[in-house]
Write a protein that binds this ligand. Structure first.
Ligand code: FE2
Length: 297
């Protein structure tokens, strides 16, 4: 499976999505992973802020308030989505501006959260999912937990509260544009139904945890130009292997002057390894991994 925690585009424009679609098609072909297993979520660069501004002026003329998620900003993302999957099975629409990807052959379901709900063309950008979407996923994922399917979450923005900065305000999520502002509610509502969470946006070192039980892994973008990313963050991707008892990530980074991909040791604190492993007692995943053998002692 290929999970993209985005951004896919630079400023949500048609030609950028066409390029991203071509790339994903080639990747899917080269890795022999069908498109139905190439999974996406929207990121902040996937929004067409010009269409959003137009929507705000239309609302203004009609004397009504613009309502989140300001859906016209997804016009090009939605077009990309429909074209890429060409299937009724996966959806992203004005009624449900998020996606659920059930993969029957693996007994695995992927929750594609939309963390760009509150963003518009205006200042004051931050990640936000919102009650309506959380209600929907809480309900839906509970069904898959009952069936014993592995439940993987994908979200774009940084899914945590803290920052590496030592400024006094650093732990206040409302001051950070990169984090999911409603992460606390997200954690409360979904910790019991998610098995693992992947996010994009900013690369953060190591494996972090939601309530000590649900591993959270993050990676930066594989294709952003050097000028558009912090100097310490290379172009990167991860290979993630999940078994019934553990998760292992292998991090890869691109070295421009060598024109090749190598191990990315920035995932470990001491910079000595490009892979990390953690033991995890995944809950309610019998249909995916089989029942745990009875202990004989
Ligand atoms: Fe981003």
């Amino acid at each position: 499976m290929i999970a993209l925690t985005s951004d896919l585009a630079e400023s949500g424009k048609t030609d950028q999505f066409e390029e991203a679609g071509d790339f994903l098609q080639r990747l899917s072909h080269a890795l022999k992973v069908p498109r139905s297993r190439v999974l996406v979520v929207p990121g902040n660069h996937d929004l067409d802020r010009d269409s959003c501004e137009l929507y705000f002026s239309d609302c203004d003329s009609a004397n009504r308030d613009p309502a989140a998620p300001y859906y016209p900003k997804y016009v090009n993302y939605e077009r990309f989505f429909r074209r890429f999957y060409q299937s009724e099975r996966y959806s992203f629409s004005e009624e449900a501006y998020w996606s659920l990807y059930p993969i029957d052959s693996l007994n695995l379901v992927v929750a594609g959260f939309n963390s760009t709900v509150a963003e518009s063309h205006r200042e004051g950008r931050f990640g936000y999912i919102g009650e309506r979407q959380l209600d929907w996923f809480e309900n839906e994922l509970a069904r898959y937990a009952n069936a014993g399917w592995f439940r993987l979450g994908l979200v774009h923005h940084n899914a945590h509260f803290t920052s590496s900065s030592t400024e006094p305000s650093a732990n206040d999520p409302s001051t950070q544009p990169d984090v999911l502002r409603d992460y606390g509610v997200f954690e409360d509502r979904l910790q019991a139904s998610l098995n693992m969470l992947l996010h994009g946006h900013t690369h953060l070192r190591g494996i972090r945890w939601m309530t000590n039980r649900v591993p959270i892994l993050s990676t930066g973008a594989a294709s952003v130009e050097a000028v558009s990313r912090p100097p310490e963050i290379p172009n990167q991707y991860q290979v993630i292997r999940v078994t019934r008892d553990d998760v292992t990530l292998y991090a890869r980074q691109y070295v421009p002057h060598l024109d090749r991909w190598v191990g990315d040791t920035s995932v470990t604190r001491d910079g000595t390894a490009w892979q990390l492993q953690a033991q995890v007692a995944f809950q309610r995943v019998e249909a995916t991994f089989g029942r745990r053998p009875e202990r004989s002692d």
